[in-house]
Design a protein around this ligand. Sequence first.
Ligand SMILES: [Zn+2]
Length: 160
Amino acid sequence: MAAAAKSWTLSGEQQELLIKSCFEAKEHSYSPYSKFRVGAALLTTDGKIVKGTNIENASYGGTICAERTALVKAVSDGVCSFIGLAVTSDVAEPISPCGMCRQFIREFCSNEMPIFLVPGDYFDKEKEASKKAPVKLTNLGELLPFSFGPGDLEKPRKPS
Ligand SMILES: [Zn+2]
């Protein structure tokens, strides 16, 4: 399908589902070292939600982020077509995927797919709406410009 033929606008309902789901994912965070809980949720092309959270390890390098957990879960179940991603943490402003996750997202998602960066206080009823940071809507094209992706490996190369 041509990228232009695809609409990247999600309905309000889809957005709310993604946002609710990334908060649910955060509940299962295993982050005893950083104490920085992150939740991610992917919306698949066929309308399913795949949740992921950060899972740390005593051998720190073994840690995996929420975004990659969600993608690994989906892809290992044979699902690799997505129409949205939402990410949240316990921080009151939106946080953004790390560099490694951006590259990982690049493998499976379009540059135009909406990515919602959701403030951790989104559902906080005690806090006035006017004091909350807004949800940041972005996409991979913005987060990882001039990126290297699967298509680059198809390019003709100088014979060695
Ligand atoms: Zn990451």
